[in-house]
Write a protein that binds this ligand. Structure first.
Ligand code: HEC
Ligand code: HEC
Ligand code: HEC
Ligand code: HEC
Ligand code: HEC
Length: 231
């Protein structure tokens, strides 16, 4: 059996060659799509003029290397396929223009073990969990009461509010938090002390969707318009 020519083996090899030729033609066919990288929807607030490359970097390896890797993957010689065009958008992309000291909730903090549950529910360690792009919005997170993931124990020693924090929490008033506090602490504002002054939830939702800021227009930091690659 070992020395006799095996027609099925030849057939199998021709089959493999067919796959390779097919894959290469497919990759060539895909080239124009790669050149015409089109956005999937309107840019978010403030992003109309920033360049695609500031968030979309090409995946490592030349295009030819990526094809080779994917052919090897198709033949079962490689464990993973290679990302054909772009890397996923990361916090680093955002922070290269938005880095600012004193962010009240910096994303890196939420890598700590004690935020495991919050990470499962909310992924607060990624900017894009709350600010997904190409949606024509400012904040894409749909709920405003998400503070409950981390602030159930909030109790102030000398609470200045007419209805203290622990009472608000006992009453499940999670929609009230953004009614007095912004999330990043970047707005220059006076924090209200009475529940009467709480910004209504609809105004906050409208701000999420791109409307005017209910926290006023003054901010400590605004973003860089371009990434300075020399830094
Ligand atoms: C502020 C950052 C940012 C900018 C600028 C940006 N994008 Fe995106 N883009 C994203 C995010 C976030 C996603 C969601 C997918 C992801 O996380 O990788 C995305 C997804 C896409 C997708 C879908 C890809 C996929 O894997 O589903 C395309 C296509 C795209 N962007 C094209 C563009 C083009 C063209 C431009 C320039 C006009 C642009 N983007 C500018 C952040 C950005
Ligand atoms: C090339 C620089 C650049 C990059 C990269 C960038 N931004 Fe921006 N972003 C800006 C500029 C400029 C503005 C408008 C000025 C401002 O609001 O500070 C803006 C505005 C915003 C706003 C709205 C601010 C407001 O109050 O209206 C949000 C939210 C935002 N960016 C989040 C992100 C996130 C999340 C990422 C990463 C996915 C990102 N940005 C990447 C430059 C950038
Ligand atoms: C868990 C949700 C969440 C995450 C994660 C998050 N944000 Fe936000 N962000 C918000 C909310 C809610 C607002 C609106 C309230 C406010 O203005 O602080 C906001 C507002 C903003 C604004 C406009 C107001 C300002 O601060 O100037 C910018 C810019 C922004 N975020 C950038 C970022 C960047 C960059 C990251 C990642 C480093 C990030 N955000 C991560 C929820 C989030
Ligand atoms: C993923 C967890 C997490 C989420 C979600 C979260 N916070 Fe926080 N917050 C923290 C941590 C951590 C601190 C720092 C204080 C500490 O170490 O306990 C903090 C601090 C604060 C502070 C005090 C900041 C200062 O300068 O002293 C305020 C106000 C606050 N958060 C409000 C909110 C509001 C409002 C929401 C919802 C919109 C929210 N937080 C959502 C984890 C979170
Ligand atoms: C009526 C307005 C109001 C509401 C509603 C409100 N806060 Fe506050 N909060 C304040 C004020 C005022 C302070 C005192 C510090 C300051 O001026 O920022 C404060 C302080 C805090 C602090 C800092 C505590 C410290 O030790 O410094 C945290 C954390 C906080 N609030 C979280 C929340 C959360 C979570 C909610 C929602 C359950 C909430 N707040 C609802 C007004 C409010």
């Amino acid at each position: 059996m070992t020395s006799s020519p095996n027609p099925r083996k030849h057939q199998h090899q021709a089959y493999k060659l067919g796959i390779i030729i097919g894959l290469i033609s497919l990759a060539v066919l895909l080239l124009p799509a790669y050149a015409n990288f089109h956005a999937r929807g309107p840019m978010n607030n403030g992003h109309d003029t920033i360049k695609c490359e500031s968030c979309h970097q090409e995946a490592p390896g030349s295009f030819r290397q990526q094809i080779q890797a994917n052919v090897r993957f198709a033949l079962g010689l490689r464990k993973h396929s290679s990302a054909f065009d772009h890397q996923p958008v990361s916090n680093e992309n955002c922070l290269s223009c938005h880095e600012r000291p004193n962010d009240r909730h910096p994303v890196y903090r939420f890598l700590e073990p004690r935020f495991l549950k919050a990470r499962e529910n909310l992924s607060p360690h990624h900017c894009v969990s709350c600010h997904n792009e190409h949606k024509g919005q400012r904040v894409t997170l749909s709920e405003i009461g998400y503070c409950l993931n981390c602030h159930k124990q909030t109790k102030l020693r000398k609470d200045p509010l007419d209805v203290p924090h622990d009472r608000l929490i006992a009453l499940n008033r999670w929609e009230s938090c953004l009614g007095c506090h912004d999330f990043h602490g970047n707005h220059i504002m006076k924090t209200p002390k009475t529940v009467e002054q709480i910004i209504p939830a609809e105004k906050i939702q409208a701000y999420f969707q791109g409307g005017p800021s209910p926290y006023g227009d003054e901010r400590r930091y605004t973003a860089k318009k371009e990434i300075n690659h020399d830094e």
